[in-house]
Design a protein around this ligand. Structure first.
Ligand SMILES: NC(=O)C1=CN([C@@H]2O[C@H](COP(=O)(O)OP(=O)(O)OC[C@H]3O[C@@H](n4cnc5c(N)ncnc54)[C@H](OP(=O)(O)O)[C@@H]3O)[C@@H](O)[C@H]2O)C=CC1
Ligand SMILES: O=C(O)[C@@H]1CCC=N1
Length: 277
């Protein structure tokens, strides 16, 4: 029988939106708060995390020294200046770095950490907060099977995980699931605004839009039918939905989405080029 992987001590370098979504999700699964470190410059901004039992510090090196698995959750633009001073803290033991920074490659991270570190690149998303995250993951050659299992167990505690063998696929994963929640939020806003224009109060338009999104997502996730088939089940021939779908199609919704996702992936490539030296 395979042994379960040892539960690692975690450090989050940067305790902003994405780190908090993962931390919140982990705590909900019962992950011990005292095995999590959070580090960022403004200590008082982490009072709520401290109150939940996390270890907090404004010294990234302290968090790195105390952890087995370090989640790099600062903006891509800051990663280099955050990592350069961490070289000695990083090199002391077999630590695993899990970077969630969009675009930045394992090679750049290794260059800044000054060695041949085990690095997992992860593109998570904020629904991790409610246990419904979707993370794409890639491991460099230095990552052991045990470390891969550890990274997977952290991210799969807050949602689903999908590993890829080619690092460059993380650009596409960013376009699909990393940034994806924002597309749905935007679409919800558009539906709420249109509902209000048709006479509904904001409250009713919001309630009905959000529940519809939740219900549609639930059916799509639990039904064997494809989203296209589910769409057809709603759209009765010569009925009301059909007119809405025809309107979307006449405005080339597929192309609009394809363009948006291409712009997203392009920016991810661009970040890698701009910041990766
Ligand atoms: N938000 C999302 O949905 C997703 C984000 N990501 C990635 O996650 C990373 C973080 O993004 P996000 O959480 O949105 O950004 P945030 O700005 O919310 O979080 C970054 C945090 O890092 C802190 N920080 C700044 N400087 C340092 C430092 N020197 N040492 C430690 N911490 C520092 C910031 O503090 P301060 O505010 O004071 O500057 C902030 O709290 C990015 O690389 C992004 O690409 C990936 C997938 C999804
Ligand atoms: O917008 C961003 O750059 C980050 C990465 C994916 C989601 N948010």
């Amino acid at each position: 029988m395979t042994q379960p992987a040892k539960q690692p001590t975690l450090a989050f370098i940067g305790a902003g939106n994405m780190a908090r979504a993962i931390i919140g999700g982990l705590l909900k699964t019962g992950f011990p708060a005292d095995r999590i470190w959070a580090s960022e410059p403004a200590l008082d901004r982490m009072d709520d995390l401290k109150a939940q039992g996390l270890n907090t510090t404004d010294d990234n090196a302290v968090a790195v020294k105390n952890a087995d698995l370090i989640v790099l959750a600062v903006k891509p633009q800051l990663l280099k200046e955050v990592l350069l001073p961490l070289q000695s803290a990083a090199s002391t033991e077999d630590k695993l770095f899990v970077s969630v920074a969009a675009g930045i490659t394992c090679d750049s991270i290794n260059q800044w950490l000054g060695g041949q570190q085990a690095i997992v690149r992860c593109m998570p998303n904020t629904p991790a907060l409610v246990g419904m995250g979707a993370s794409g993951l890639y491991a460099n050659a230095q990552v052991s099977e045990e470390q891969k299992t550890q990274a997977d167990s952290v991210l799969s505690a807050v949602g689903i995980t999908a590993w890829v063998d080619e690092e460059s696929l993380l650009h596409a994963i960013t376009a699909v699931s990393g940034s994806g929640p924002a597309y749905y939020f935007l679409f919800m806003e558009s539906m709420i605004s249109a509902g209000i224009k048709q006479g509904l109060s904001r409250e009713v338009a919001t309630q009905l839009t959000l529940q519809t999104a939740r219900g549609a997502a639930e059916i799509a996730c639990t039904n064997d039918s494809t989203p296209a088939e589910l769409c057809r089940q709603v759209a009765s021939p010569k009925g009301t939905t059909e007119q809405a779908i025809l309107s979307f199609q006449s405005q080339q919704l597929d192309q609009v989405v394809e363009n948006a996702m291409a712009a997203c992936a392009d920016r991810s490539h661009e970040l890698a080029k701009l910041l990766g030296e």
